[in-house]
Write a protein of this length. Structure first.
Length: 373
């Protein structure tokens, strides 16, 4: 399962957002380090296409794909040195697949700011970015020491590793996160093995007021570049990162409504979809994932895989035996299945394809896996 780590300063709305995402009971209060142990929640990915496939297949059970969200305690200046137990908190997200950086873009005199000063999302972003960079440099210094000790073995790989680690440290020290450092394929594999925080894809989440959120949605994300959200959005665009607006408090309130009431309220506000749906979808895009579906038996299910995955490896997501004994896959596009109304009709019309081990699964594929072990 793919995992997103939620990071940010204290009192920016991380736990409120997590509660809304998971409808869990993570503590949310107006003081630093309210969250001590990481909160972990499994969030279904909104997928109308799955619902449409389910309407055709009529399974006993319809199972969406999911993403794991991990909410850690708020980070502060000096977190990389252990301030506020920062080292411990950072360790909880090293194996995440991507990070969601929640940044406060709303003004509220009743919610204190850990910096004790005016609203400044770019400053807040820089604080967290600096701590991630410093934590990675500390980690790399230990890797460098180890590589230097093994140089005496005479093995070329330690010399090459030392060259890469020194290069990456230099880049990080200059303020460039690992994900933006130009590396060849072998260097990328090596850096990935080091579990650097700044190598993870980043999604910026601007926590705005409900009024701001409504304005942003109605305007189609066209906002003043002078506004807190506009500044953050422009910086993210320059970095090549994703940035979305969300009103965590509004989302928490929406979760108290049933599905029909929630949709009616969104329509009343003139908002096409909730911020949470947009966040989950943005996380999905940030990881460059696609969805395929299985319909065999009583369960119709969505599965997520990296774009470019071959059919046997996709089958392995279902069960390792299916990858090991993969023979072929019968494949039909979900939209075609929805139009035709049944898999048997697709077979009759000759549009059901048989794909082998070299087939690259496409977003929206409905697959019947044939295997033998």
């Amino acid at each position: 399962m793919y995992s997103m780590g939620i990071i940010g300063l204290p009192n920016v709305g991380k736990s409120t957002l997590f509660n809304a995402l998971t409808q869990a009971a993570a503590a949310a209060a107006n003081y630093p380090f309210c969250t001590i142990e990481p909160n972990i929640g499994i969030v279904p990915i909104p997928d109308e296409r799955l619902n449409q496939v389910g309407a055709v297949v009529q399974p006993e059970k319809l199972t969406p794909a999911t993403i794991r969200f991990v909410d850690i305690a708020g980070l502060v200046r000096g977190a990389s040195q252990g301030e506020g137990l920062g080292n411990q908190f950072l360790g909880h997200i090293r194996e995440a697949d991507a990070l969601v950086h929640v940044i406060r873009c709303f003004a509220d005199d009743n919610v204190s700011h850990v910096e004790g000063s005016a609203l400044d999302p770019l400053r807040d972003l820089e604080i967290i970015q600096t701590e991630l960079l410093l934590a990675d440099i500390q980690r790399l210094e230990k890797i460098k020491e180890k590589a230097m000790r093994f140089l005496k073995t005479g093995e070329d790989r330690y010399k090459e590793e030392l060259q890469v680690v020194e290069y990456v440290i230099e880049q990080l020290d200059g303020g460039r996160p690992a994900r933006n450092i130009p590396l060849d394929e072998n260097q990328q594999k090596l850096v990935k093995s080091w579990l650097l925080l700044t190598s993870l894809p980043m999604l910026y989440c601007a926590n705005v007021s409900p009024e701001q959120f409504t304005d942003i949605m109605i305007s189609g994300n066209h906002v003043s570049s002078d506004s807190p959200y506009g500044q953050l959005h422009a910086l993210a665009k320059a970095e090549g990162a994703s940035c979305i607006a969300i009103a965590a408090q509004l989302e928490a309130e929406l979760q108290e409504l049933d599905d029909i009431e929630r949709q009616e309220f969104l329509v009343e506000l003139g908002i096409p979809s909730s911020g949470l749906d947009r966040l989950v979808q943005a996380a999905y895009r940030q990881l460059d994932l696609i969805t395929f579906y299985t319909i065999k038996g009583p369960e119709t299910r969505a599965w997520i895989i990296p774009r470019g995955t071959k059919a046997p490896q996709a089958a392995g997501k279902i069960h390792s035996d299916m990858e090991r004994g993969f023979i072929r896959a019968e494949v039909l596009e979900a939209n075609r299945l929805i139009d035709l109304g049944s898999f048997s009709k697709a077979r009759e019309e000759g549009v059901l394809r048989s794909e082998g081990k070299d087939y690259e699964v496409q977003d929206g594929d409905v697959m019947l896996i044939r295997f033998n072990v």
